[in-house]
Write a protein that binds this ligand. Structure first.
Ligand SMILES: [Cu+2]
Length: 264
């Protein structure tokens, strides 16, 4: 009685099922031994596409790592996509967002359809595609980071310039010539509240500062118009230019030297 009991409980526990699995390992590798000189046989070609993997490592990967990593990876990927895409969409404005969203939808749908139509794709190739896609989305988010964070504050900055009160200590005339130049390449004035008078001589032109402390100050003329505004200038050398595309490069840029205020 006791001997059969021991045999009955010991039978399943001796792990014979697992032993059989390890026996398969050398068998798989042996099949790849091809005699030298027959390497050109078409039979050996598919072997090049799929790297030789140890069946046990393969089993470990597909049964343990994948089920474990997939949910984590997809959560990370979704967060990554959402953050970067929303950034890109924010930067694009209403029209840009629509175009971007359409492109992304098409790319994702097309990609998914293509991947599912290629069942012979190895996991290596799939992960390369995934990495490229993630990189692309990441790059989109990064390149649009500046515009998206500036988008909200842009309007404020533009109208944020407040004309100083009080009588100007000096007045400076800058002419916007039709030849895409100012009448001089260097201007000078004294520190304090200045009145800048922008006189149009043909074409659409603006007058803005390169320096961030005068961001928001803008004069604009179209044709023979005159625009003027007061600005509180500190001593120093500044750069004024026309921000209509191409005009600065054509020469609508000048130095503005602000000297110390006259002492009383
Ligand atoms: Cu101009």
């Amino acid at each position: 009685m006791t001997t059969t009991d021991v045999e009955a409980t010991g039978g399943p526990g001796d792990g014979s099922g697992e032993e059989a699995g390890t026996d398969l390992v050398p068998a798989g590798d042996g099949g790849d031994l091809v005699p030298a000189g027959v390497g050109a046989l078409p039979r050996s070609r598919p072997a090049l596409l799929e790297p030789d993997t140890d069946p046990r490592a393969e089993a470990l990967r597909s049964r343990l790592l994948l089920p474990l990593l997939l949910p984590i990876a997809s959560a990370v990927a979704i967060a990554f996509f959402a953050i970067n895409l929303s950034r890109a969409l924010l930067a694009g404005g209403p029209t840009g967002a629509l175009i971007l969203a359409s492109i992304f939808t098409l790319v994702i749908l097309g990609g998914a359809a293509w991947v599912s139509s290629q069942p012979q794709l190895s996991t290596g190739a799939l992960s390369v595609i995934l990495v490229v896609l993630l990189g692309f989305v990441g790059a989109t988010g990064l390149t649009t980071l500046g515009p998206s964070s500036e988008h909200g504050g842009d309007e404020k900055k533009e109208s944020g310039f407040v004309e100083p009160a009080g009588d100007p200590v000096a007045s400076l005339e800058v002419d916007a010539l039709a030849t895409l130049k100012f009448q001089a390449t260097e201007f000078s004035t004294i520190a304090g509240v200045n009145e800048l008078v922008y006189v149009g001589k043909g074409g659409l032109h603006t007058l803005v500062f390169k320096e961030s402390e005068y961001r928001g100050f803008k004069l604009q003329v179209n044709g023979e118009q005159v625009d003027k505004k007061k600005i509180d200038l500190q001593p120093g050398t500044f750069t004024i230019y026309c921000n209509i595309p191409g005009h600065e490069a054509a020469g609508m840029i000048a130095k503005l030297v602000v000297g110390d205020a006259i002492s009383e």
